[in-house]
Design a binder for this molecule. Structure first.
Ligand code: FCB
Length: 453
């Protein structure tokens, strides 16, 4: 069989547009090891992490990043997303660690040297302890502090980095930290959840303003967004008005609210009262989409705390070992929906599957990329796809019990081992599309749940 890179053009069944970006996404706390932040404190509290683990040395990516980037470049990836750990950059308020900033600048440059476009996330769920102690994102000074830290990152990396993500999944952070209480600060209250959402818009806006000011001053190009999590909310019974209403409310708050605020520069109802936020209007140059799964929603009178909504997986669909449904159609729908309401270029900043033994992932990748391809054919302006994730890592409250990586990591030796899906993804990256054979194999493979976790 010829090398995928040498496949003649007609062997690529679904080709992506020229310049399409294909890579992986990671986050500092999940891979670096040795972090000291609100999460590392939280992990030590009994009962917080499913398997009782702490992030600890994680994947030791802080030290092993050159080899890790080599491995990804060898797969033929032309993009890579990583995050900067605020707690390392600014371990005490106002004291910036220049060596740490140099480290991240080297990682960004290291991506470029290997032919991978760097995507940099400034905040991926973790906070420095000094800010967490003052209320975290609810601290009145959070937007200003975040802007100052952003300015330091821009100074260190602005020449190298074009694609910036200010905040990863702000809505998930607010929901898990303040509504469901599974993540720090684990303080459950609906008013606080809404306050956190408003604060996160302010933080994003102030960071975007700082980035734009730096880019203007130095003549750099900065393309700014957030990584926005979307979960389609389908009414259990589409014929029932109550189910439709029960689905519409979480759909507005989880899927649309944050983007509306960034588009219009105001905090819309039901989370806000239309208050203006300086720097928010038009603050997105593109949309980062994190897509994993859709949910079914039914009206439930016994759940006033969840706005009378019962949410869960569609039982007719296969599931990952996280219990999330697998449905590439959901990604296709999310892309078309976004394109219609927020007509901006889109990059899929995360999409992946928890799969203990790499049984689901090969077909998952092919099916989801085929869905991206068909969304582009239907008019969506999608510029890239970043798979979550390069290697098995610390999956927040699930600890090390969920495996999302293309590479397995031996937790004793830290050795990385490519899984079959890494090879498959390499063939796609090198071909700039889905080779005919992979598509045929995927279509022949069973699609129903293997969920082995
Ligand atoms: C997303 C997070 C990412 C990872 C994946 C599985 O919500 O952004 O850090 O945990 O889920």
């Amino acid at each position: 069989m010829p090398e995928p890179s040498r496949l003649p053009p007609d062997e690529v069944a679904l080709r992506f547009p020229d310049g399409f970006l294909l890579g992986c996404a990671t986050a500092s706390h999940q891979v670096e090891g040795g972090n000291h932040n609100d999460w590392s404190e939280f992990e030590r509290q009994p009962g917080r992490i499913l398997d009782g683990s702490i992030s600890g040395t994680a994947c030791d990516h802080w030290n092993r990043w050159p080899q890790d980037l080599d491995d990804l470049a060898a797969l033929g990836q032309n993009a890579h997303r990583f995050s900067v750990e605020w707690a390392r950059v600014e371990p005490q308020e106002g004291r910036f660690d220049l060596e740490v900033l140099d480290h991240y600048a080297a990682v960004a440059a290291g991506c470029r040297e290997r032919g991978m476009e760097p995507f940099v996330t400034l905040h991926h769920f973790t906070l420095p302890l000094w800010l967490a102690e003052r209320g975290g994102v609810l601290a009145p000074e959070a937007p200003l502090r975040f802007a100052r830290y952003t300015a330091a990152c821009a100074k260190a990396m602005g020449e190298t980095v074009r694609w910036w993500v200010t905040i990863n999944e702000p809505v998930i952070l607010a929901v898990l930290g303040y509504l469901e209480g599974h993540w720090p600060p684990a303080r459950r209250s609906l008013p606080r959840t809404f306050a956190a959402l408003r604060a996160l818009v302010r933080m994003h806006a102030s960071a975007a303003t700082a980035l734009r000011a730096a880019a203007r001053r130095h003549g750099w190009e900065a393309r700014i967004s957030v990584a926005h999590h979307m979960r389609g909310m389908t009414p259990e019974d589409p014929g029932s008005r109550l189910d439709r209403l029960a689905a519409a409310i979480p759909d507005l708050v989880l899927n649309r609210w944050f983007l509306l605020a960034c588009r219009d520069g105001r905090l819309p109802a039901p989370v806000g009262r239309g208050q203006p936020v300086e720097g928010a209007a038009g603050s997105l140059d593109w949309i980062g989409l994190n897509y994993y799964a859709d949910e079914l929603v039914g009206f439930d009178i016994r759940r006033p705390g969840s706005l009378f909504a019962r949410r869960g997986p569609d039982p007719s669909l296969p599931r990952s070992s996280f219990g999330w449904t697998i449905d590439p159609g959901g990604l296709h729908r999310a892309l078309l929906r976004l394109s219609k309401e927020f007509p901006l270029p889109i990059v899929i900043t995360e999409n992946g599957v928890a799969d203990q033994d790499d049984e689901l992932r090969p077909r998952f990748i092919v099916d989801h990329l085929a869905a991206v391809h068909s969304a582009i054919a239907a008019g969506a302006d999608v510029r890239g796809y970043l798979h979550w994730t390069s290697m098995d890592n610390f999956e927040w409250a699930e600890g090390y019990s969920k495996r999302f990586g293309l590479f397995a990591v031996d937790r004793q030796t830290m050795r990385r081992r490519p899984k079959p899906s890494a090879e498959l993804y390499a063939r796609i990256c090198r071909a700039g599309g889905i080779p005919r054979e992979l598509l045929a194999d995927a279509l022949a493979a069973p699609r129903t749940g293997i969920a082995s976790g």
